[in-house]
Ligand binder design. Sequence first.
Ligand code: SAH
Length: 351
Amino acid sequence: MSYKRKQSFIVRNKGEKDLVLSLLKSEGEDLKRLYEDADKLRQRYMGDEVYIRGIIEFSNICANDCLYCGIRASNHNVKRYTMTPEEIINTAKTIESKHSATTVVLQSGETPSLTDHEIGKLIERIKRETSLAVTLSVGNRSEKIYRFWRDCGMDRYLLRFETSDEKLFKRLHPDCSFGERIDCLYALKEIGVQTGSGFMIGLPSETLETLAENILLCRDLELDMIGIGPFIPHPDTPLGDQKNAYDSNKEMFFKALSVLRIYNPDAHIPATTAFDAVFPENGRAMALKRGANIYMPNYTPLEYRRDYMLYPNKPYVDESTESCVARVISLIESLGRKIGKGPGHSIKGRD
Ligand code: SAH
């Protein structure tokens, strides 16, 4: 069934959106309570374990031209790279043995820089040679390819819907429609792959209603994982001279995260890197205190990291993985939390 047909089954009552909007407008004591409630729900459903999912950005080659993204095809200032399967496997082995990660997230631009078959073989090898769970994040593909990767051992897939405003989605994505993106998410769910999605907060011209709809769409999709983060204008993109819609009200980034937790109590929610890009002192730490339960350190080899600039001021581009893991572990412990052991699979559908 296509997204258009499914959409007609989702009956959104107006009061529900008003409630989300009023939570997003919380101030003073109400805001304090919102953050506390989100943290309590996180603890009740997800526990105190913070799972470390190591990201390897294995290629920045992309055929798409998403208007916000620093590695879009039209940005000729990017030095393009693709890691070899051997380099990727070796990095995966290192993060397993030395860096407390129990999942590897393989992310790239949207073109087969490695062929679908090569990616399948890579998944098989990682599953055979390590105990890591494997998450893939390489964009819109056919259900057939998703099935093939699942059969190779892929555990999870990340594909953000970016915005629930279909018109805005169309303007930002010359290469795909909102319906196609949502259909990919349904296909992944139907074939039993743990499915993650999410959105950017504060895209130009979005309204608070858009943000409320984004949060409710995550709930309606019954996602296993939800990643959200502030939109950060990249100078080499068509949105380079735009501002984040909440530029003068950055508290909204955390409010969005807490409301997201309230509407998705049993989803894995990462403290995403973009929070640190906006609040270099403590963005991800605050996110962990306000609803998040996952940390995704960047384990892309240093020689490539500078070339995967989705947005400017991406933090820790020069930090070695050794120092990164020490910093992450001490951060998690300083918050009174524990490092998650085991794969940290979805808890949806469990008692
Ligand atoms: N090609 C893959 C991976 C994209 S990068 C895919 O499309 O799924 C991962 C995420 O980075 C995107 O989904 C988007 O939400 C985020 N991102 C890209 N450009 C950004 C920007 N300028 N500011 C904030 N987040 C951005």
